[in-house]
Ligand binder design. Structure first.
Ligand code: F0G
Length: 456
């Protein structure tokens, strides 16, 4: 299909333009941690695709007409109807963001000593499991271990390992199976429908509920249509509906494929579980018809969910990611293959072989992208996943040293991505000039948000 992005800019926001000297100063003041940078010192912000998408005129018109009634607002019914049409779930609860949905659902399903098993838990998802005293086990498929392989569904869960766990001595401890689509912690790779169906069947056979973490349900559906036999003629909405129908429910941040600045939902088939979640929601998030969300965001989501399943939109977005992936490769920077949609994962370990894991090559590349081009992105390597000793020296490195460049929805155009590729090319010409980093200060929990670093 030949296509183009089915939208145009109608209102634009100015991008800060900075000098290298200003960026050096800003990054040093931030303790070499991109999360500490003020956004007005960032030119191209690829830190996340969450809550950063551009809203449409239709979303803003709906938001302006939102109904702020505490109970039973029109905005809630539009939100609920959009989700019911999409998912088919009878029980739908609004929540302010994905991690709150996780907390509400998991505290109704898990308890201390139980296990949550996933293709890969996202970081807040893992934290919400562990905060309950439960254990989060990731079982990514073996294909993910080869970053260069072109296997189409490297986001799959390892079905053999799942079966071994469920039938083994730890089996009775498993409280839920959670399938993250697409697999954000695993290179943004998609999960096939066959894998979802098989994992759901296994879980059911053992009486274990199975849920989706469906933050990027539309992008997963698009990649299924492109890559999985038997799906080429289906619409993204049909594929998404089928995925939701395979499992017992979901949690989903709507800051990604809801194209909303804020929002999430819990969708469930079981009325009793829905009742438990609703009680928790009312006590901690808000009444069941707003769940901590402002009415204008309920309406932005209701419209965003229509827009996100447009095949023209998804084709254009996937094309944007694929083109940037090709440009990065041509510039001499390898990425996790095949490219997904919401982000590209740069193989920093391979680009910077002069830096050992204990000098954090992923973090070094992320810092260099900022210093050279004002581009902000985030490390997914030993800094994030490795184990440290008391002196903050690395003991166990992560399996890979990656940098995630997330692509906000409908925000940047080809000109911006050409610039990103040029900066990558400049760095790749003299990679040995990129310095390593050491940890100056690191908190014990969620350390990547708060640590301070220094170049060595
Ligand atoms: N699950 C996945 C797969 C996610 O990617 C995120 C957030 C969440 C849950 C939590 O949702 O932010 O609405 O509370 N991911 C963002 C990111 C922050 O940058 O990947 P949230």
């Amino acid at each position: 299909m030949r296509t183009f992005p089915p939208y145009r800019s109608q209102v634009v926001a100015e991008i800060p333009v900075t000098t290298r000297a200003e960026r050096e100063q800003a990054l040093a003041a931030a303790g070499y941690n991109a999360f500490n940078l003020p956004a007005n010192k960032v030119s191209i912000d690829l830190l996340t695709d969450s809550g950063t998408g551009a809203v449409s005129t239709a979303q803003e018109a709906a938001a302006a007409a939102a109904d702020r009634s505490y109970a039973g607002s029109d905005s809630f019914y539009r939100f609920r109807d959009a989700l019911r049409e999409l998912t088919g779930y009878p029980h739908l609860l609004p929540v302010h963001q994905g991690r709150a949905a996780e907390r509400v659902l998991f505290s109704s399903v898990l308890e201390s000593g139980r296990i949550s098993v996933s293709n890969t838990h996202f970081d807040t998802t893992r934290a919400n499991v562990e905060l309950l005293g439960a254990e989060a086990i990731d079982l990514p498929c073996a294909e993910f271990g080869d970053l260069d392989s072109l296997e189409p569904f490297k986001g799959n869960i390892d079905l053999d390992a799942l079966e071994r766990l469920l039938t083994g001595p730890e089996g009775p401890r498993v409280g839920q199976v959670l399938l993250t689509i697409t697999n954000n912690g695993g290179g943004g790779q998609p999960v096939s429908m066959a894998n979802l169906a098989a994992a759901a069947k296994l879980a059911r056979t053992h009486g274990v509920p199975v849920f989706l973490d469906a933050a990027r349900f539309a992008e997963n559906a698009w990649l299924v249509i492109q890559r999985e036999p038997g799906y080429a003629d289906k619409t993204p909405r049909e594929v998404a509906r089928e995925a939701f129908g395979l499992v017992d429910g979901c949690v989903a941040s709507l800051k990604k494929d809801g194209i909303s600045p804020m929002g999430a939902f819990i969708g469930l088939t079981d009325p009793e579980l829905a009742q438990t979640c609703e009680t928790n929601l009312i006590a901690t998030e808000g009444f069941r018809t707003y769940g901590g969300l402002a009415a204008h965001d309920l309406d932005r989501v209701a419209k965003g969910l229509q827009e996100v399943v447009d095949p023209h939109y998804l084709a254009a977005r996937a094309g944007e990611a694929a083109r940037l992936a090709k440009q990065a490769n041509e510039a001499g920077v390898d990425i996790v293959q095949p490219p997904g949609i919401h982000a590209l994962y740069l193989n920093a370990g391979r680009l910077l072989p002069h830096l050992s894991a204990s000098r954090f090559p992923g973090h070094s590349l992320a810092c260099e992208l900022y210093l050279a081009g004002g581009i902000r992105c985030v490390e997914l390597g030993s800094l994030y996943l490795g184990t440290l000793d008391e002196q903050n020296e690395l003991i166990t490195p992560a399996p890979f040293e990656l940098v995630r460049m997330a692509l906000p929805r409908r925000v940047y155009s080809q000109g911006h991505y050409d610039y990103v590729a040029e900066i990558l090319g400049d760095i790749a010409k003299n990679p040995e000039r990129v310095p390593g980093y050491r940890i100056v200060e690191a908190p014990k929990i969620l350390r990547h948000f708060n640590l301070r670093m220094a170049p060595v």
